[in-house]
Design a protein around this ligand. Structure first.
Ligand SMILES: C[S@@+](CC[C@H](N)C(=O)[O-])C[C@H]1O[C@@H](n2cnc3c(N)ncnc32)[C@H](O)[C@@H]1O
Length: 272
């Protein structure tokens, strides 16, 4: 069972602000909080955000739904979440390890389950068990929505062919190379994995952000490269990243950024 420390990111104010800003970028890219095919017009819905982090998806969605809708924030740590006292009254906080077992009172209870930004959390040999757990906690006919950045399919966009991008390349290779948790490749196979897990009407919506938004998302996500070597306590990588980041910044302002496709996959649990 993972402890809350078994995590490559930091849950500090820098990391939390990154997640909050990234959420609004994400909504700009996709144009929705829940995929248009997911019905959310009931007043007695129960919605879970698994690995809720700062809770920004849940609270942003909740502000647009009746206050009778029950919103459950599930995570293994609540260090990123506002204090319970400052959450909307219909938000409930619950410790749940998505890689562990499903307790009886969570079986078949949710109309909608959301997952997002788990590529550095779930390894290739864990994804099938996680999907089976998510299927279990949904009501028959309920929807899973899962958003990820396809980080392993990264490229670099630049405004002129002769723009330098060496520091970008080196930075990404160093970040992804330093820990097994950073090497999961399941994001590219999500639709197939959903279908194999038993979801129906599986659909993938993939978006390449408009260049100005991709540029903003790039700068927001550069924070990750600084945080990860701090968490993995890899001194040599940390020193190299410190040296590289000003170089990356120079390349960025001259007109270069990581180009990463964002995917939202949805699937419905069979009605019977
Ligand atoms: C990168 S954050 C994403 C937060 C949020 N989903 C978002 O998109 O803004 C990953 C979250 O997953 C949580 N997490 C890590 N391992 C987990 C596990 N085994 N079960 C449930 N949540 C987990 C972390 O605590 C963290 O809040």
């Amino acid at each position: 069972m993972p402890s809350e420390n078994d995590y490559v990111l930091a849950r500090d104010y820098l990391d939390n602000s990154r997640l909050n800003l990234y959420h609004y970028h994400w909504i700009d890219v996709f144009g929705y909080r829940t995929h248009p095919k997911i019905p959310i017009d009931g007043s007695d819905l129960r919605i879970a955000d698994v690995g809720t982090g700062t809770g920004v998806w849940l609270t942003d969605l909740g502000a647009r739904l009746p206050s009778s809708v029950q919103l459950d924030a599930l995570d293994v740590s609540f260090h990123a979440l506002p204090p319970k006292e400052w959450l909307p009254q219909n938000v409930t906080v619950r410790h749940w390890d998505v890689k562990g077992d499903v307790l009886d009172d969570l079986v078949g209870v949710y109309d909608v389950v959301n997952m997002r930004n788990f590529v550095f959390v779930i390894k290739n040999d864990e994804i099938k068990h996680v999907l089976a757990n998510l299927l279990k906690i949904l009501k028959p006919g309920g929807y899973l929505q899962w958003g990820e950045s396809d980080i392993h399919d990264w490229r670099i966009d630049k405004i002129h062919p002769d723009n330098k991008t060496d520091a970008h390349k080196r930075l990404m290779e160093m970040t992804l190379g330093q820990d097994l948790r950073l090497q999961a490749t399941w994001v590219g196979e999500m639709t197939q994995l959903f279908s194999e897990a038993g979801f129906e009407d599986v659909e993938m919506d993939f978006r390449k952000p408009e260049p100005h938004l991709a540029f903003a998302m790039h700068q927001c996500q550069l924070i990750i490269h600084e945080i990860i070597p701090r968490q993995t306590r890899n001194e040599s990588v940390r020193n190299e990243v410190e040296r590289l980041l000003p170089e990356v910044h120079k390349e960025t302002v001259a007109g270069a950024c990581f180009a990463i496709t964002r995917r939202t996959v949805i699937g419905r649990k069979p009605k019977v």
